[in-house]
Design a protein around this ligand. Structure first.
Ligand code: BGC
Length: 352
């Protein structure tokens, strides 16, 4: 079968190649790939900046934002042939640490977790893949191709759960949420926050085009330019750019008692910015900075419920490009008009 693979740590090694059928030891459920979303992490892996091949292998099958159709459900009983499923990304560490032991693999403490398509386990960018039944999440069939948005939604559901957990350390009535960055994660954050009934603002560099349109279509307010120029102090900021200057401005701008949740993985420094000044702001306003990564089963459950509540037409506008597996190179290239690019392996009846 065909798969998109990469040699982690070596830029420019991604290719579409023939690989053996998935090993039965990878899980009792056999799935035919429908689509796989491409995210910044995949781009980083393809650029040789992140990612690990399975032990004893030099190449990794890419892809962690899956959507597939069950070909053989195995003996589990919970799934049927033809069901649409998405694969959970992370597996607990083998030790296990206390968090993995209680199913909170997203909070793994020893770093020995593994992740499909990212860290030591093959991903979902292959024509067929296998999965353990307990890591296959059934998707509402009426979502159709939109089920490919489930994985990024889980990341946001977990992040917002963290925000609420932190916020509840004191009397807290958040009214305004600012999302920085109008990529897929930012837009899904805006969508999920909107479902919670708060006032949602989204800030991005883009001045015109699809991103402002999508934000306004949600009933949220769009801003371009600097966080510092906003005329209000947000109660919550969900930071989805990973850009140093945006993070620094967010620390300054956050309202008292506020929570800044960092979801972007950036890199590099920020010259001229004093960490102690940021710390002083956080101290004097009782603010919290919380980092959030990945998601556990509870978040997968909540995200699939949230995804079905979001407007289908709005969600379908997030998928701006569908590429065939042979065009994976184009799929891994980001253009300013892209929100979510997916690699489509097989067709599916469109959502109702
Ligand atoms: C994925 C997460 C993963 C993280 C770190 C993200 O792109 O969505 O599931 O935990 O990368 O590897």
């Amino acid at each position: 079968m065909r798969a998109i693979t990469v040699e982690p740590g070596k830029p420019g090694t991604a290719r579409l190649e023939d690989v053996p059928e998935p090993d039965a030891r990878e899980g009792a459920v056999l799935v035919e790939a429908v689509a796989v979303g491409v995210c910044g992490t995949d781009v980083e892996i393809a650029e040789g900046k992140y990612g690990w091949a399975p032990p004893g292998h030099s190449r990794l099958v890419l892809g962690h934002e899956s959507l597939g159709r069950v070909v053989d459900p195995g003996p589990s009983g919970g799934l049927r042939k033809g069901d649409l499923v998405v694969g959970i990304v992370r597996r607990p560490d083998p030790v296990p640490c206390p968090n993995c032991a209680v199913g909170e693999w997203d909070m793994c403490r020893n770093g020995q977790y593994t992740e499909r398509g990212i860290k030591q386990i093959h991903g979902f960018m292959s024509e067929r893949w296998r999965i353990e039944p307990e890591y296959a999440v059934k998707v509402d069939p009426s979502l159709g191709i939109l089920g490919v948005l489930l994985e990024p939604t889980t990341v946001i559901v977990k992040a917002l759960e963290q925000v609420v957990a932190v916020g509840q350390r004191c009397f807290w009535e958040p009214k305004t949420v600012l999302v920085t960055g109008a990529g897929p994660i930012g837009l899904l954050a805006a969508g999920v926050a909107h479902l919670a009934g708060v006032e949602v603002h989204v800030l991005d560099r883009a001045e015109t085009g699809l991103k402002p349109e999508l934000v306004r279509a949600l009933g949220a307010t769009y801003h371009s330019g600097s966080v510092m120029d906003l005329e209000f102090e947000p109660d919550v900021i969900v930071e989805c750019t990973g850009a140093g200057s945006v993070i620094a401005d967010s620390i300054q701008k956050l309202g008292a008692g506020g929570v800044l949740c960092l979801t972007g993985v950036g890199g590099g420094g920020l010259s001229g910015y004093a960490v102690a000044d940021a710390a002083a702001k956080a101290v004097l306003k009782n603010n919290v900075l919380v980092g959030s990564v990945n998601a556990n089963k509870r978040h997968w459950y909540k995200a699939s419920e949230g995804l079905t509540r979001l407007d289908r037409r709005w969600l379908s506008r997030l998928i701006t490009r569908r590429e065939r597996p042979e065009n994976f190179k184009q799929a891994l290239e980001r253009s300013p008009d892209d929100v979510k690019v997916v690699i489509q392996f097989s067709t599916i009846l469109e959502q109702a």
